[in-house]
Design a protein around this ligand. Sequence first.
Ligand SMILES: *[C@@H]1O[C@H](CO)[C@@H](O)[C@H](O)[C@H]1NC(C)=O
Ligand SMILES: *[C@@H]1O[C@H](CO)[C@@H](O)[C@H](O)[C@H]1NC(C)=O
Ligand SMILES: *[C@@H]1O[C@H](CO)[C@@H](O)[C@H](O)[C@H]1NC(C)=O
Ligand SMILES: *[C@@H]1O[C@H](CO)[C@@H](O)[C@H](O)[C@H]1NC(C)=O
Ligand SMILES: *[C@@H]1O[C@H](CO)[C@@H](O)[C@H](O)[C@H]1NC(C)=O
Ligand SMILES: *[C@@H]1O[C@H](CO)[C@@H](O)[C@H](O)[C@H]1NC(C)=O
Length: 769
Amino acid sequence: MQSVYSVLLVSWISCVQTLRIEQCNDEALGMENGLISDSQITSSSTFDKQSVGPQNARLHTEFASGAWCPKSQINSKSYEYLQINLNQTHLITAVETQGRYGNGTGREFASEYMIDYMRTGSQWIRYRNRTGHVMMSGNFDTTTPVIREFDPPIIAQKIRIIPTSKATRTVCLRAEVHGCKHQGVIYYSTVQDGSRQENLDFRDLIFEDSQMFTESGIKRGLGLLTDGYVAQSSPYEEDSKNASWIGWSKANTDGSINILFEFEEIHNFTDVVLATFGNRIDQIDVIFSQDGKAYPLYSTISSSERQTANHTSRRYDFRVPLHNRIGKKVRITIKFSTDWMFLTEVHFTSTTNKPSPVIKTATNPDSPAIQQFLVVCGIVFLTIFSCVAYCITLCIRRRQNNNEKKCEQILKKDLIITHMGNKPSCHVFPSNIKNTGKGPFEMANDIYYARSQKSTLLSVSSKSTSSYRNLPPTWSDFNFPPPPEMNEEQVYSQHVSTESSSKSGSFKSNKGVTEVKKYPSSSLMLGHAIGEGKFTLIRECVVFGGSKVAHKSIKDVDCPHGRRALNDEIAMLMKCGKHPNIAELLAVDEHCNLILEFVELGSINLFLQASPSPFEVDFLILICKDICSAMTYLEQIGVVHGHLTPNNVLLGSDLHAKICSPRGPSHHAQLRYSAPECIVHNEFTHKSDIWSCAATIWEMSYQCQTRPYESLTNEQIVDNACALLEGKSDTELLEFPPIFNKSCMILLEQCFASNRQDRPVFEKLWKSF
Ligand SMILES: *[C@@H]1O[C@H](CO)[C@@H](O)[C@H](O)[C@H]1NC(C)=O
Ligand SMILES: *[C@@H]1O[C@H](CO)[C@@H](O)[C@H](O)[C@H]1NC(C)=O
Ligand SMILES: *[C@@H]1O[C@H](CO)[C@@H](O)[C@H](O)[C@H]1NC(C)=O
Ligand SMILES: *[C@@H]1O[C@H](CO)[C@@H](O)[C@H](O)[C@H]1NC(C)=O
Ligand SMILES: *[C@@H]1O[C@H](CO)[C@@H](O)[C@H](O)[C@H]1NC(C)=O
Ligand SMILES: *[C@@H]1O[C@H](CO)[C@@H](O)[C@H](O)[C@H]1NC(C)=O
């Protein structure tokens, strides 16, 4: 370990506004002057390609009939868009729109619109401004251009302008986008969310709803740290409440926060400046990764602050020189010993080796047939829908005053599944949206997706409410898995309430059902976070007068999905009872949070990844035996685990493994670890569990350095699952390294049989190790 320790290098810059935010001269990006070529401008549909196709949507120009007009009229349910592909990542600061003038013949304009955008690796993200608004006000006549600035700015490669209207009307528009090229951070993620304090909310309030997660399930996106706005006022001042500071309390983070920054390409870094408030940073460690996976320790730069700096009540910048380190991902660990740590912006100074590409000369925007053809291709491409699963999980904000009834009331079923064509897939619609009587546009602050005119292929379940719309899913929207189908209320009343005996007949096997203890939360002392799921947070916890346990709660108490996931897990764990290789449910508290056995060394994947040398095969086999022993037991008592992955295998200090988080078939199965029938038909059984088990063993046998099907994208995995089920020949299966004995290898390979009947039972696999 040759970590470089660059000592005590801190510059405290006392004057305000010293942070060099991206120099962006907000220039027009080329709709009007033709730098953006016709092939880069597409649309969801057009009334007539020649006269009002997207190529005519250039601001201040009068080509053909003078604007882009979608095929159908616009109403509150439509999803018609003009799409501009900028080819490279840009910082987009504003959009300017104009109606259709057409030498005096036009009458159409867009009075309101929304923005969707996309950048490398992301799906379409609905834009929300700093105050959470989705709707942008547009034009009021056919000629006057109206410019709307984005605060925060958008970092994207592609942008869609989506005209909307409360009343049904014809809409046409011309547009320009403003901004500049962006070479900075394209995603960041923090393990620890910011904290709340009384009425102050120090979480990352403008963090994008990107639906993107790191491999460990942490949200990726952009937010307060990269929005270009450096707050000058104190985080506690009333007027700074408009989303400008992220604050972490020592109590919630144990005085250590981790932020991962991702760039599009490899950068050569000069320095990083953290704009903070009033606190003393004990130490900052910066570590770099060139391939996005390995973070060589020798690349570490550590820096700490001089004791004497006097800035307890002001904003100041903390600069860390980065000595021309090279990397594509940068992880920063900040250690602090004060009660709070605040950040408003993090800014890297860096260069890329690639010279910035020369902008092409303007093309003649008069559109020949070929360019129109390209436009049509684009539209056709965008409207492909087949075998797609698409789930919108929505956290519906609700407050219940009655605390006791809370768990129960949150459990209202709010999701349904619909199928498209003959290929099963999943759509989710909230079905119990509270009608506030304000009309559909009041939904604008929530994330929703409009439905294209071409959605006649969708057989939407009659239960879906009209105020929610579904967009024909694209592959990039793909989100696995489908939502719960079982009746959670039943599960809940059986297992969480104390009178579990009355209804317990409806489960096939009740062998393992145990009563669960209740601990008042006042008897628990929560420590720092030790793990995190999509909805859940796991913390160290000490029961007063007792031992260390793990406390699992949901991140957002108002989120019904998280609540349901937790309640299902309680139900499952109660069925499981005690087994030496299953992390035991010890109790619940009055908020239905889980109090679980504490398993000292944490997830096996992190353990294996962190172990410096290759592990012994014997050790791996021991782990496999432990997992199979637990899974054999689950198979015997009729419990389907549903999402076994290395992340759900914990390692005790005795180096024995315990599986955790059985949640049944209804929550967050992991695409890469799931059997084809789970992916395609949503069928979860012990036979799909053994597939996941084999995938888990496969990953562990590569020391968790690579994920299953690393080279396949999500959509390719779904294609592969379809192909496997159809018995096609051109399919991919995971191959095990030859480290197991022969009979074991054969059984492991059988676990990946397309026909689930051909897969072995767990007991057989267990005995073969
Ligand atoms: C408007 O005038 C221009 C220039 O005379 C012409 O090229 C264009 O076709 C006209 N547009 C309409 C809608 O008449
Ligand atoms: C963007 O990409 C398209 C398709 O590859 C190309 O036709 C166009 O010229 C590119 N535009 C710029 C500005 O590079
Ligand atoms: C956000 O959008 C709304 C509606 O378009 C607007 O009234 C508000 O000023 C915007 N807020 C910011 C910070 O731009
Ligand atoms: C809120 O945020 C904006 C940046 O968008 C900033 O200009 C403004 O000064 C902040 N404070 C108030 C009180 O609006
Ligand atoms: C810090 O600054 C404040 C006001 O600026 C001053 O009153 C105080 O004496 C300073 N403390 C030290 C240790 O310099
Ligand atoms: C990074 O940039 C510096 C200064 O331009 C240069 O001297 C150094 O060679 C670069 N490092 C790499 C690995 O390109």
